[in-house]
Design a protein around this ligand. Structure first.
Ligand code: GAR
Length: 186
């Protein structure tokens, strides 16, 4: 049985879909929800699924506390689902080809520093793009530049607001992220 840890900094709607998906799986289970915030909804969602949680500060992560915890919990795969801190290199190196991120746009567009959450959808709207989508990729030292595993696109209507775009992107994420993770796990 492979053990997954999900790192999330916010609401955790993707984390919930992943917990739901692996609830009855015979090959993997969500063993930990870890967050750099103590007051975010993802921690409530974890309770609902009786998944243990772990919270840490940026400094503690940089000092190796998160890596220590992941080792202690014998984690095989690290899933970033709306995790907004830069991951230290030693942590990335500890999970070669076993750290997966979801990005709410079609990389290489709208990636890099400052491009997260609503900032991405606002930039897509401002550019007048006719479509956007999701990218699921492995994490390497340059955050949004790891090997792309999966992308899916959705059309943008000229009348769509950034919030409408966010909703469309979330729908794609919820539909595909759990099954793409499942397909990676042998
Ligand atoms: C998701 O849309 C995810 O793609 C994005 O944060 C959102 C989290 O939503 N991640 C990034 O922007 C990372 N650069 P959720 O908390 O409801 O799953």
């Amino acid at each position: 049985m492979q053990r997954l840890a999900i790192l999330a900094s916010g609401s955790g709607s993707n984390a919930e879909k992943i917990m739901e998906h692996f609830q009855k799986s015979k090959k993997a289970s969500v063993a930990l929800i870890a967050s750099n915030k103590t007051d975010v909804f993802v921690l409530e969602r974890a309770k609902k699924f009786q998944v243990p949680t772990f919270t840490f500060s940026r400094k503690e992560m940089q000092e190796g506390k998160l890596l220590e915890k992941l080792k202690q919990e014998k984690i095989d795969w690290v899933i970033l689902a709306g995790f907004l801190l830069k991951i230290p290199e030693d942590l990335i190196r500890a999970f070669p080809d076993r750290m997966v991120n979801i990005h709410p746009a079609l990389l290489p567009n709208y990636g890099g520093k400052g491009m997260y959450g609503m900032h991405v959808h606002e930039a897509v709207k401002a550019a007048g793009d006719e479509s956007t989508g999701i990218t699921i990729h492995l994490v390497n030292e340059n955050y949004d530049e790891g090997k792309i595993i999966f992308q899916a696109a959705t059309a943008i209507d000229p009348s769509d607001t950034p919030e409408d775009i966010a909703q469309k992107v979330h729908a794609l994420e919820h539909r595909y992220f759990p099954e793409v993770i499942d397909s990676l796990i042998k």
